[in-house]
Design a protein around this ligand. Structure first.
Ligand code: NAI
Length: 319
């Protein structure tokens, strides 16, 4: 394996997210050790990464300044956790979303690492106060939650434990920027972090509108993909408010009463069960049958779209 001037990173868990992190870190010029408890999984992951990176090169979407072969030479597999993390300045945990399993992995790391390495979890929804409870190296611990597929959707939510050192957050922020991701800091932990809280608010109202027969499932999705989503790929809801009037104060002045009136009509949390599941499922399956082949093809199409959108964003928004 090549050595890197940027430093070394260890990835624990070589599934979907571990592979994406490995590609992103190699793109940033980091030496990557990919660890897993399953040797066969490491072999498959390395092969998959090789294939994906070759395709990215062909489509002109490979990240970073290094060639595909240089990037691939930075990534190696490792079936021993102590060897994987030795010399690593950043350790990114990507094992399945199971609190007990993750706690076990962090307890193991706690006994191996020195005071310098950052211990970062990819967890989608486990709170840092639960994940890192009782660790000696808790100051070095943070959640860095990526969004699928991380190679095309750059957001990373940085969520601290109450005892995480500010330097840990700053270093992780710098590192994420360095590999081309878009980190956001949560100032303290909250269930669902920010992305999923927003996502669940949208899903919740979408579900109620379909359940109440206001709009069909297909048209509901169009409201997002051909409406709100078009601008949300470039500006968020707060900037949307700012631009949709003569600034934020003017927006609140003009629209707050209307917003509050509509918000008061929102219903309770849906059950996500019963006849509405059947109704939404039928509509979704007419568009994308839910067998593995159709689902995989549609995901591939989605990822291709996201790749093109990422390219467009990099052209219109100088980093
Ligand atoms: P996955 O199931 O694809 O991969 C998990 C990998 O961890 C497997 O290769 C498994 O062999 C390995 N593993 C299991 N126990 C291990 C251990 N003790 N030590 C080392 N490796 C071990 O899971 P995926 O989707 O990659 O998710 C990983 C993490 O990323 C989860 O916390 C998940 O919530 C989070 N995440 C997932 C997203 C997604 O869309 N899949 C998006 C954002 C975060």
């Amino acid at each position: 394996m090549a050595t890197s001037a940027e430093g070394a990173v260890a990835i624990l868990g070589s599934g979907l997210i571990g592979q994406s992190w490995a590609m992103l870190f190699a793109g940033g010029g980091f030496q990557v050790k990919l660890y897993d408890i399953e040797q066969q999984q490491i072999t498959n992951a390395l092969e998959n990464i090789r294939k994906q990176m070759k395709l990215l090169e062909q489509s002109g979407s490979l990240k970073g300044t290094l060639s595909v072969d240089q990037q691939l030479s930075l990534i190696s597999g490792c079936s021993n956790i102590a060897e994987a993390v030795e010399g690593a300045m950043h350790i990114q945990e990507c094992v399945p979303e199971n609190l007990e399993l993750k706690k076990k992995v962090f307890a193991q790391l706690d006994g191996i690492v020195d005071d310098r390495a950052i211990l970062s979890s990819s967890s989608s929804c486990l709170l840092p106060s639960k994940l890192f409870a009782g660790l000696i190296h808790v100051k070095q611990c943070i959640v860095a939650h990526p969004v699928n597929p991380p190679y095309y959707v750059p957001l990373v939510e940085l969520v601290p434990h109450p005892e995480t050192a500010p330097a840990t957050i700053d270093r992780t922020h710098v590192l994420m920027k360095k590999i081309g991701q878009s980190p956001v800091r949560l100032l303290r932990e909250i269930d669902g972090f920010v992305l999923n809280r927003l996502q669940y608010a949208i899903i919740s109202e979408a579900w109620r509108l379909v359940e109440e027969g206001i709009v069909s499932p297909g048209d509901l999705d169009l409201v997002m993909s051909d409406g709100l989503g078009m601008r949300y790929a470039f500006i968020g809801p707060l900037e949307t408010m700012h631009l949709n009037a003569e600034g934020m104060a003017s927006y609140c002045d003009r629209y707050s009463e209307g917003m509050k009136r509509v918000l008061r009509t929102f219903g309770p949390i849906p059950e996500f069960a019963g006849a509405t599941v059947e109704k939404v499922n039928q509509a979704m399956c007419r568009k994308v049958p839910d067998d593995p082949g159709h689902l995989a093809a549609r995901r591939q199409w989605r990822d291709d779209c996201l790749m093109r959108l990422a390219k467009l964003k990099s052209q219109v928004q100088p980093q």
